[in-house]
Design a protein around this ligand. Structure first.
Ligand SMILES: Cc1ncc(COP(=O)(O)O)c(C=O)c1O
Length: 409
């Protein structure tokens, strides 16, 4: 039966999306990656742009590990040993040695008792948060939290759900104080690094604040942090927001698909927490894990991160970030202060954001324009993301494109 009436409704909704200027479905297709050469970092070729080369300022690969020879070799070797995919969920027969080794190493890296891998960080949060919600739980969430937290909180259906203004700890204090005695368990959930802005949650202050309220609740105030953009990007040892702030989450979710350059997500915490999640988190129990080869590649990436080579990559990333931040400030662009390789240029207008993205594209620069509803109205921005595989010449090329927009617009 043709679903023509449904299609008509869907088509009208797509027209509305286009009219709002928030279309996402027209995606740039990368057709080739040219490795770093002669003082320049990797360059990208895109379908429809012929042999034009692009410098990519829109990648979460903060350390450039996706193209690292040791990471690619580990993946290749594991494909030959274990095949292309697991062909089962973990508890049936889908647990391979690289999964287990990676989990041990992740727990060690984060100084926790245990770790557990998911198909993605999104799947991790969707698995973890509802599994920790009982009939008398409150979820308290930062207003700019990632979509995975928002949807996980919806799915969890807690007894109470509160949202506090972005990083407003005074308001969070007030919300925690307002929770009534029927609430036994409180889950405070926040991004570590906020990916649209590059700022981060003050985990040390959050730990202290939750501690001050903890005695009131029979099953604790629990801090859950998603530091997908922080791990491997900030902190001298690449341990993310926890390392920068000195505060530790009770439950830490992160990804293998950004700084670590591979794919997949994970949670670290106590052994009891992880044992419980292996029994309760549906996105773990009923969904295939990442491939054994991805696990082997992520393990190689993690080994790199903790080595001298990793320290050098982190230092290079910091230097690149500083060079870019100094450059845009010199050019008079507005940004949000921070230490993270996400550097927003605040344009504060949807049309101008589109214009600047088009100008950058014409000058061989890939950057992400963000407008409402991805960011609040008035916070329209171009998000630039630095990487350790970029060179000073690459960054100067991007700054040159930004400078020529200033003089032509
Ligand atoms: C805070 C946060 N969580 C989760 C994700 C998704 O990560 P993954 O691709 O591993 O699902 C992102 C990425 O955008 C993120 O910023």
């Amino acid at each position: 039966v043709p679903v023509d009436r449904l299609n008509e409704v869907l088509r009208r909704q797509l027209v509305e999306v286009d009219a709002h200027g928030t279309r996402k479905r027209v995606e740039a297709v990368v057709t080739a990656v040219l490795p770093a050469a002669s003082g320049r970092g990797p360059r990208y070729l895109l379908a429809g742009y012929g042999d034009k080369l692009f410098v990519r300022m829109s990648s979460n690969g903060y350390l450039g590990l996706a193209m690292h020879p040791a990471v690619m070799a580990a993946e290749e070797q594991a494909v030959r040993s274990f095949g292309a995919g697991p062909a089962a969920v973990r508890f049936i027969s889908g647990t391979y040695e690289p999964h287990v080794r990676l989990e041990h190493r992740l727990a060690e890296f984060h100084g926790r008792e245990a770790a557990m891998i998911f198909g993605s960080a999104y799947a991790a949060m969707i698995g973890v948060l509802p599994a920790l919600v009982s009939g008398d739980t409150a979820i308290v969430s930062d207003s700019l939290n990632h979509n995975c937290i928002i949807n996980a909180a919806r799915l969890a259906q807690p007894k109470r759900k509160e949202v506090y203004p972005h990083l407003d700890l005074a308001e969070l204090d007030r919300v925690l104080g307002s929770l009534t005695d029927d609430i036994r368990r409180v889950l405070v959930v926040t991004d570590g690094v906020f990916s649209m802005r590059g700022d981060h949650a003050p985990l040390d202050a959050l730990v202290a604040l939750l501690g001050a309220h903890d005695q009131r609740f029979a099953e604790n105030t629990v801090l859950i942090v998603d530091d997908s953009h922080g791990v491997g990007a900030i902190g001298t040892g690449g341990r993310g927001t926890e390392e920068v702030t000195g505060g530790q989450a009770d439950v830490l979710v992160a990804t293998l698909g950004k700084a670590l350059g591979v794919n997949g997500g994970y949670v670290v915490g106590s052994q009891t927490l992880v044992d419980h999640l292996r029994e309760t988190a549906p996105t773990y129990i009923y969904s295939n894990p990442i491939t054994p080869a991805e696990a082997a590649a992520a393990l190689a990436a993690l080994e790199l991160l903790v080595s001298d080579a990793g320290a050098a990559l982190l230092a290079r990333l910091r230097a690149n970030t500083t060079r870019f931040r100094d450059g845009i400030t010199r050019l008079g662009y507005e940004t949000i202060p921070g230490v993270h390789p996400v550097v927003p240029v605040l344009v504060r207008d949807t049309t101008q954001t589109h214009e600047l993205v088009a100008h950058l594209l014409a000058h061989g620069v890939l950057a992400t324009g963000l407008s409402y509803p991805v960011v609040p109205r008035g916070d329209e921005e171009i998000r630039f993301q630095l990487s350790a595989d970029q060179t000073a010449a690459d960054i100067d090329e991007v700054l040159e494109a930004l400078s020529s927009y200033r003089t032509t617009s």
